[in-house]
Design a protein around this ligand. Structure first.
Ligand SMILES: Cc1ncc(COP(=O)(O)O)c(C=O)c1O
Length: 340
């Protein structure tokens, strides 16, 4: 089976498993796990922030960020297709008591003016916009990358309005590679940044929330409250350090394979959106196929893709566990099934 549903399906490599086995560990909840501390420092330096907190998942990192920067009844401006809207089980409402203030855009990015138009500050009857959340790369729009001028525009507009900024940078290393700038050019300047280890980086689990020093203790309290404090988490942090050493540059292979997949499918009419990173969006409507039926037929022929929130849209995501042969085979299967 060639599994292109998402980049979280990877299994730890032999080298990563060895790093996990050899990890020096302590009780993380008591601040005694040296490998977790090393990972937190490493990620803070990488992202250009003062500190970082290791958490079990990117969802938890996002949820902690929302609660750090807002009060119940406040508003959060974000893309309508973002992970926070679709895939965090209503956490922004249930946990942070936030009103979503969504912006609908084709690639998940928006500019400073769109942010200003969506934000509500001042009027007593409106939710007070406390936060803007930017997702880069933007998963549900096909791993699209935010242009730097839009990022800067939103950051500047938010600063001028006294609104906090959160970057859901679960895949920000893909964004950095695609834009060709160091990752801190994208991440520094946000009040908080989520980085995920279990997507393109190939770790079994884990994410970091990068924050200013003054937010570390509040973030750790929220992590405790949500049940995210861990014990010998150095075993997971060791996988993260291993991945930061060995799995960042290779993201270029994932991007190249996604571009190749899109190029080879160009004649089918399925690919309607640009490929910025490791995601290829396929529009099943464009070729007159019912989406669920197409997914079933592909699966029966050994290729797994996944459905997106938008009707008719399907994605193929490249990752550590697919190689060039898998891409060739995927194209053969898709072309065969679609043309039958
Ligand atoms: C953009 C984005 N943010 C956050 C998450 C949540 O990650 P996790 O599964 O680690 O909670 C995902 C997961 O796919 C994601 O794509």
């Amino acid at each position: 089976m060639i599994d292109l549903r998402t980049d979280t399906v990877t299994r730890p490599t032999a080298g990563m498993r060895a790093a996990i086995a050899e990890a020096v560990v302590g009780d993380e909840q008591k601040g005694e796990d040296p490998t977790t501390g090393a990972l937190e420092e490493r990620v803070a330096t990488l992202l250009g922030t003062e500190a970082a907190v290791f958490v079990p998942s990117a969802t938890m990192a996002n949820q902690i960020a929302l609660q750090l920067w807002s009060r119940r009844g406040d508003g959060v401006v974000l893309s309508s297709s973002s992970h926070l809207v679709h895939s965090e089980a209503g956490g922004p409402a249930a946990l942070a008591g936030l009103m979503l203030q969504p912006i609908d855009t084709p690639d998940g990015s928006f500019d400073g003016d769109q942010f200003i138009a969506a934000a509500t500050t001042g009027a007593v009857e409106k939710p007070a916009t406390a936060l803007v959340a930017v997702e880069n790369t933007h998963s549900n729009r096909g791993g699209r990358v935010w242009p730097l001028d839009r990022l800067d525009g939103v950051r500047n507009a938010a600063a001028a309005m006294g609104v906090r900024t959160h970057l859901d940078g679960a895949r920000v290393l893909n964004a950095s590679l695609a834009v060709g700038v160091p990752v801190d050019r994208i991440s520094s300047g946000f009040d908080s940044v989520t980085l995920c280890l279990s997507k393109g980086l190939g770790c079994p689990l884990g994410a970091l929330l990068a924050v200013p020093e003054e937010a570390v203790r509040p973030a750790r309290r929220l992590k405790q409250m949500l049940g995210g404090a861990m014990r010998q988490s150095g075993m997971l942090a060791a996988a993260g350090l291993y991945a930061l050493d060995r799995h960042v540059e290779r993201l270029a292979d994932d991007h190249r394979r996604a571009r190749r997949l899109a190029e080879m499918l160009s004649d089918t009419g399925l690919v309607q959106s640009p490929v910025d990173t490791n995601v290829v969006l396929l529009d099943t409507n464009a070729v007159g196929w019912d989406r669920e039926e197409l997914l079933r037929r592909l699966a029966a022929n050994g290729v797994l893709l996944s459905a997106l929130p938008q009707p008719n849209m399907v994605r193929a995501v490249t990752h550590l566990d697919v190689d060039d042969d898998d891409i060739e085979r995927t194209v053969t299967v898709i072309v065969d099934v679609v043309r039958k």
